[in-house]
Design a protein around this ligand. Structure first.
Ligand code: SF4
Length: 458
């Protein structure tokens, strides 16, 4: 049987939780604005890029830039295994929402240690100094500062960390004047909005990474040289920077002594052949491998996540760090999907959040159960909740309480992890479950074994 079917048969009970749905709906009603059209911190640090992305959405990312982005992503996955071993690790890819300071900006912090933001960058250079943070790596510094300010659980100490050819450079950034940083975000947002209305980029500063290539430069749409460079003077009195040698040494010893585990995320168990082809570095069809953004769906997701985190269900970095020490199976990537157990605030409940375009709330997709089951298994917790938002029903929220036979699910997950390892070792994807049907057509791998098997069967 497939994982999806096995999980379905391991559900002890399912019920609708109107109580949690009401808490979330009441919190939405308290907000005085509709779901915002968010800007991202990445827009704010590169306003010109943001401008042209909106004016010319059809411009494709050239292959070499795309490859560079892919490599960066891979290093981030490996880096997560280093950061997870640091005391206080409280999550990766944590979504931050500026709503708590009345700014509709979204960010995604690479990692967090308790409530401190970690911005992690890989660089190809010989050496990095504090001065370089203001000239060469100004965007990276800005990114860290903007994330820190929109963090609901603000901590004045945050970290900008560079990985350069087996060396770590850790800069502890102490924020002494948050208001100036907040004003800079608001100013940049107004700059972007004004430039879009006036069709004019003259006031926008050049991106700091312009030397490394950009799709708008390659297409002669934007000419970097005519724009003025960014001015870092507003930052100088807002922060104090010090090198953190202790943190550097800690990271280095983790890096040197640690064996990297297989990088398996919770959804890889649900899409096992996609994972197989990724690990085998099979050829990709570029067209299918580009992420497809649904801004509207994303905005709803960010909005509801913010509602969850700012309600009585929300947990802070210290609580997440404590709970993240429990890891029953070697999977990653779901460290942020926990909320307080509404009936017992000393325990937590794993959850997943889904935006569903259906008009019917009666039946939810099977993959929802699988995602929640794997998330629950990792933490050895039998109860979890699925929060579903229906945009076509005026953003109605339906919450499903699910109780699993958790030992059965843990065994299933471990079995599937063994299968994946075996398939990789023996170069045999056929022993793995097919990926869910709706994903097969858009599979990025040229020799997708799911497609081949379907053709063979027909
Ligand atoms: S061409 Fe330069 S300034 Fe223009 S968007 Fe690209 S990197 Fe930014």
């Amino acid at each position: 049987m497939s994982l999806l079917k096995d999980i379905k048969s391991s559900i002890n009970s399912e019920s609708i939780n109107d109580y949690i749905a009401k808490i979330l709906t009441d919190n939405i009603n308290k907000k005085s604005f509709d779901i915002p059209d968010y800007l991202y911190v990445t827009d704010i640090i590169n306003p010109v890029y943001s401008y042209y992305s909106r004016k010319y959405p059809e411009i494709e990312t050239p292959e070499k830039i795309f490859d560079r982005m892919k490599n960066g992503e891979e290093t981030h996955f490996i880096a997560r295994q280093w950061f997870e071993k640091i005391d206080g690790f409280s999550g990766s890819e944590i979504v931050l929402n500026g709503s708590n300071i009345d700014i509709n900006v979204i960010g995604r912090s690479d990692f967090m240690i308790y409530d401190s933001i970690i911005e992690f960058k890989t660089k190809n250079t010989d050496n990095i100094s504090i001065d370089n943070l203001f000239d060469i790596y100004l965007s990276d510094l800005e990114q860290l500062l903007f994330y820190s300010i929109i963090n609901m659980n603000f901590d004045k100490n945050n970290y900008l960390i560079f990985y350069v050819d087996e060396r770590f450079y850790v800069y502890k950034i102490n924020i002494v004047d948050p208001d100036t940083i907040k004003s800079e975000i608001s100013y940049r947002m107004s700059l972007i909005k004004r430039s879009l209305v006036n069709n004019d980029t003259a006031l926008l500063p050049r991106c700091s990474y312009y030397l490394y290539g950009c799709k708008f430069k390659e297409n002669n749409i934007c000419s970097c040289n005519k724009l003025s460079a960014k001015n870092a003077s507003w930052i100088k009195n807002s922060i104090k920077i010090e090198e953190d040698k202790e943190f550097e040494n800690k990271l280095y010893s983790i890096y040197k002594n640690g064996e990297n585990n297989i990088d398996l995320r919770f959804y890889d168990l649900i899409y096992p052949r996609k994972y197989y082809h990724k690990m085998m570095r099979d050829e990709v069809i570029i067209e299918n491998s580009k992420p497809s953004f649904d801004y509207e769906k994303n905005n709803i997701k960010f909005f509801i996540l913010d509602i969850i985190n700012s309600s009585i269900l929300g947990v802070n970095g210290y609580e997440r760090a404590e709970k993240n020490m429990e890891n029953k199976i070697e999977l990653y990537g779901d460290d942020k999907y926990i909320i307080k157990n509404i009936y017992d605030e000393n325990s937590i409940t794993p959850f997943i959040l889904k935006i569903n375009n259906s008009k019917f709330t009666g039946k939810i997709p099977e993959t929802y159960y699988s995602e929640l089951a794997v998330t629950c298994a990792r933490r050895n917790i039998g109860n979890g909740i699925i929060i579903v938002v229906y945009p076509r029903l005026d953003n109605k929220i339906v919450v499903h309480d699910i109780n699993f036979d958790i030992n059965k699910i843990i065994n299933l997950c471990n079995q599937k992890i063994n299968d994946i390892n075996y398939a990789l070792k023996n170069k045999n994807p056929e022993i793995l479950d097919l990926c869910p049907e709706f994903t097969i057509n858009s599979c990025p791998y040229k020799n997708c074994s799911c497609k081949m098997e379907i053709i063979k069967r027909s």
